[in-house]
Design a protein around this ligand. Structure first.
Ligand code: ATP
Length: 337
């Protein structure tokens, strides 16, 4: 084990990933951009901090690190900072399946994967003419929900599409689900073939979560267009009666991913973004096929991890533990791609 370093970009969930790796006995390595160096130097569990002018300089470092048993842990900032094609440009060993990360990055493939798992999804309207209920319009390429807009009916939708001069094919029209957003975090072990619910959270989004603070007359005057930029996360514990169903949903997506991302499918941490309605129907909006930022709530372990482990178990630590097990069982090839 002493030969291996667990590495990631210093951002998103890197602190819990590297702390968890250190707790499990690994050497740790963080790639950090210059301006954040001082902050990340505070943490003793980071053995080595490599500073970069920009993240893409990492591509040039690959050869230097090729023989040093670096295991990279992908997180939500990888695509944003390194680009979609980074996977293909480098040969870094990733914990997780690069194929599912590519599926996640493509809206249509992602929908196909969720559909084939038999999960309940909001309806998609192929044309504004078919719209018969409130909808949310998701512009392609919009990040973090910014640029999304709502329309209460067909007429409003058509007017807005015209005003915004959006061309067909550049957006998705989806049924707007009234309920509450719930983000369900899972971990699937490719070694033990067991699924764990690791935590549940909701996002605190600016400014959609702030609009309710405006008096109604301000809202009418200002006509604010909600934006969904994530600022932080809140913990949630779900009604226990929902747990068997959400466990089953996680199992379904793991099973169906073995076909689309054959042969390994989805493993490691992932998250289903859902909206749960008043009659407890669970709609799945999106999937993240890697560790999500909401797990940062549970560096000391979530209520669900507490039921499964006798020590505080973050998702970062759970990843390191899986890698440790794989090294012991000589099964690293099962969990790295
Ligand atoms: P990205 O796709 O870049 O990761 P994101 O995950 O932030 O962005 P979404 O999850 O697609 O974006 O949605 C942003 C917000 O819109 C969330 O609060 C989500 O709950 C809400 N939302 C998305 N789709 C629907 C829907 N069909 N009905 C109701 N609310 C929705």
């Amino acid at each position: 084990m002493k030969n291996f370093s667990i590495a990631t970009l210093a951002s998103h969930t890197s602190l819990q990933i590297l702390k968890g790796a250190k707790d499990e006995g690994f050497r740790t390595l963080a790639f950090c951009i210059n301006k954040n160096e001082q902050f990340y130097r505070n943490f003793q569990f980071i053995d080595k901090l490599v500073t970069l002018g920009n993240y893409r300089e990492l591509i040039g470092l690959e050869k230097k690190l090729a023989n040093s048993f670096v295991i990279m842990i992908p997180h939500g900032s990888f695509v944003a900072y390194l680009g979609k094609d980074f996977n293909r440009q480098t040969k870094f060993k990733y914990f997780g399946n690069k194929k599912v990360l590519e599926i996640e990055g493509n809206r249509l493939l992602q929908k196909k994967m969720l559909d084939s798992a038999g999960l309940k999804l909001p309806l998609t309207f192929l044309s504004p003419n078919n719209v018969d209920r409130p909808v949310i319009v998701k512009t392609f390429g919009a990040r973090g929900g910014s640029g999304y807009f709502l329309a209460k009916d067909k007429a409003v939708l058509k007017r807005q599409l015209k005003e915004k001069q959006l061309e067909p094919g550049k957006y998705l029209i989806q049924e707007y689900i009234i309920g509450i957003p719930v983000y369900i975090q899972y971990f699937y072990s490719a070694l033990s073939r067991k699924l764990e619910i690791t935590g549940v959270d909701r996002r605190y989004e600016s400014d959609v979560d702030g609009l309710g603070r405006l008096p109604a007359e301000f809202q009418l005057d200002l006509k604010p267009e909600p934006d969904y930029t994530v600022i932080g996360n809140f913990p949630i514990v779900l009604r226990e009666s929902l747990l068997p169903q959400i466990y089953e949903m996680g199992q379904q997506i793991v099973n169906s991913s073995k076909i689309m991302a054959a042969p390994k499918g989805l493993f490691g941490p992932f998250c289903l973004e859902t909206i749960i309605t008043r009659d407890s129907t669970i709609y799945t909006i999106e999937i993240s096929c890697r560790i999500v930022a909401g797990t940062n709530l549970y560096i000391k372990g979530s209520p669900y991890m507490d039921l499964l482990y006798d020590i505080p178990m973050s998702v970062g630590r759970r990843i390191a533990r899986e890698i440790k097990q794989a090294i012991k069982q000589r099964k690293l090839a099962v969990i790295l791609t």
